[in-house]
Design a protein around this ligand. Structure first.
Ligand code: PMV
Length: 325
């Protein structure tokens, strides 16, 4: 009753910020993302009648809040299987967790795929996506490969992600510049609850469908510059909603702001690149493959940057043979 899965976090081009149903984690709008193949979470889950309680180890640490969410998710999986065995979960990220790099997306996607397999349940990709969503909203997108849409829906059964284009469809690159490894002060799952308190939330809602249509069209037609402009404006808009919510959420750090300004400068100098930012202390730079080396060289020169991760469009969550214990 043991299984191991790997999953990648994803970067949202059109973001999920705000929920219409807290318990089911139904977002107020659809979103578009790409999986990041350079960032990986590996998770082994074992259920056994010998375990007296669930034990959760993430990056060799046992943290109460994270463990609580994982146990709630194990309960969802146990309920489907009608099995009450306790579990041991060991999860390892190859990147800093809880700093805005979406470790909860890859974490809950890997946990869902490994947990379901360990209990011998057969689920479709759609069902896995629905289940992962209930652990962490954006995890539903990490189940799928390549460029992904999570559709806006009013019921749990209809709120899942699907692949728009496979990972080899468009060779764009995401360079993450980590400017701080401090944990975020407000976890996204809490921040999401405040979105609708911003006076700009209704403005955002009024044109979000149009943005989604545009993002899909630009990806389909591989129109990099229009795509980049749209994605960058979207990130700024989401942060405007965050900053103007009540209480206000300010996720940008000094290093993020410096990188935002540098991206604008480098673009003016003729380098086609755009940024997007989730929460936390890192910034994603989007570019075409031909420009990766020159951009990485420039980013390495920035004193605030602590680490760089280069990712291409990645595959969905999948099982592997090698267990972590
Ligand atoms: O799934 P959560 O609750 O971690 O929220 C993800 C929020 C953003 O990363 C800011 C946006 C997104 O769509 O990924």
């Amino acid at each position: 009753m043991k299984a191991t899965a790997v999953a990648h976090p994803n970067v949202a081009f059109i973001k999920y910020w705000g929920r219409k149903n807290e318990i089911l984690r139904l977002p107020t709008n659809g979103s578009i993302s790409m999986n990041l193949d350079g960032l990986t979470t590996t998770t082994t889950v074992e259920f056994s009648p010998d375990y007296k309680e669930d034990s959760i180890l993430i990056d060799e640490e046992s943290k109460f809040d994270e463990a609580k969410r994982v146990i709630e998710h194990l309960d969802r999986i146990r309920k489907i299987a009608h099995i009450a065995f306790r579990a041991k979960v060991v999860s390892q990220n190859n990147f800093p967790s809880s700093t805005g790099l979406s470790s909860s997306a890859s974490g809950f996607a890997a946990l869902t795929v490994a947990g379901v397999k360990a209990l011998g349940i057969e689920l479709s990709e759609k069902e896995l996506s629905i289940l992962a969503r209930q652990g962490s909203g954006s995890a539903c997108r990490s189940i799928l490969s390549g460029f992904v849409e999570w559709k806006d829906a009013d019921t749990s059964e209809d709120s899942y992600a699907y692949t728009l284009f496979p990972s080899d469809y468009w060779d764009i690159v995401d360079i993450v510049a980590v400017v701080s490894t401090e944990k975020k002060e407000v976890p996204t799952s809490e921040g999401q609850k405040l979105a609708q308190t911003s006076p700009f939330f209704t403005v955002r809602s009024s044109h979000i469908k149009e943005k989604i249509q545009k993002a899909k069209k630009y990806i389909e037609e591989k129109r990099f510059e229009e795509f980049g402009e749209l994605v960058e404006e979207e990130a700024i808009e989401m942060h405007a909603v965050m900053m103007t919510s009540h209480p206000s959420l300010l996720y940008l750090s000094q290093g993020t702001l410096e990188m935002m300004k540098l991206v604008t400068k480098w673009r003016k100098e003729g380098l086609p690149l755009y940024f997007t930012i989730n929460t936390g202390q890192d910034i994603h730079l989007l570019c075409e493959r031909k420009n990766v080396d020159s951009i990485v060289a420039k980013v390495k020169e920035v004193s605030q940057v602590k680490k760089i991760f280069v990712s291409h469009p990645g595959e969905g969550a999948k099982l592997i043979e090698k267990h972590l214990f």
